[in-house]
Write a protein that binds this ligand. Structure first.
Ligand SMILES: Nc1ncnc2c1ncn2[C@@H]1O[C@H](COP(=O)(O)OP(=O)(O)OP(=O)(O)O)[C@@H](O)[C@H]1O
Ligand SMILES: [Mg+2]
Length: 226
């Protein structure tokens, strides 16, 4: 049975410009990710992993090349369409969490749903479920600065999963968690992948996390090796 492509990366280049200096970070990246796959991206620090994930998530624009999500080129979308797709179809777990400082745990998790005009009370069950899984029941009213690093990471994970997006992009999702919580989160991601058929791309440095995925994509100096 032919798989649907969830994500297509075609001839992708990214060059950062800092004044007169050009810093090439991604060089002709081509990648097909099929619906329901769980991919692990590995590579040294500075090799371009987060940059690639940002581009796939439509959070930054390529210098050249294309990204297609479910067959549709992100760059050809209008801003409004692109941001709606980011909220509905893509859950992003950021390497440095990117929580909103003035919002508490519950508000941070619910933000994208509220932005989409969803009523919080209709998501109470999902919220309770995800809060239980990440173990933050007693931290719901805390602001990010009142949380430990690992707790902030768990909020970021809950926020990415709450509206059940088809594609989950996770940048070192368990980098700051203890091994028990990390294993719980990896099991959760694996379950979401297997039972709900969600497509997952994780960036990781750990061989332990890689075991949960189906395929490794290695990146070196902005070039995809395999
Ligand atoms: N906005 C930016 N402007 C200029 N240079 C950038 C920018 N973002 C990233 N870079 C540079 O691009 C390179 C790749 O960065 P990236 O964050 O993708 O690396 P990474 O593979 O995720 O590394 P790590 O494992 O440390 O998270 C780095 O050398 C970084 O300094
Ligand atoms: Mg990174």
């Amino acid at each position: 049975m032919p798989y649907d492509k969830a994500i297509e990366v075609i001839g992708l280049h990214k060059v950062f410009k800092l004044g007169q200096v050009e810093l090439p970070v991604l060089c002709d990246v081509n990648l097909n990710i099929y619906s329901g796959e769980f991919i692990s991206i590995m590579g040294a620090s500075g090799s371009g992993k987060s940059t690639l994930l940002y581009l796939i998530g439509g959070l930054d624009n390529p210098t050249s090349g294309q990204i297609k999500i479910k067959g549709k080129s992100i760059s050809s979308m209008k801003d409004k369409e692109a941001s709606s797709m980011r909220r509905k179809d893509i859950g992003f777990i950021f390497q440095f969490y990117n929580l909103i400082p003035n919002l508490n745990v519950e508000e941070n998790i619910m933000l994208s749903l509220l932005l989409d005009g969803k009523r919080e009370k209709f998501y109470k069950k999902e919220l309770d479920e995800i809060i239980h899984i990440v173990g933050l029941e007693s931290r719901m009213k805390h602001k990010p600065r009142e949380l430990s690093g690992g707790e902030q990471q768990r909020v970021a994970i809950a926020r990415a999963l709450i509206n059940s997006p088809d594609i989950i992009l996770a940048d070192e999702p368990i980098g700051n968690l203890d091994s028990k919580t990390g294993t719980d989160i990896m099991n959760l991601l694996q379950r979401i992948n297997r039972e709900k058929g969600k497509t997952i791309i994780q960036v990781t440095h750990s061989m332990e996390s890689v075991k949960y995925g189906d395929r490794i994509v290695k990146i070196k100096d902005g070039i995809v090796l395999s």
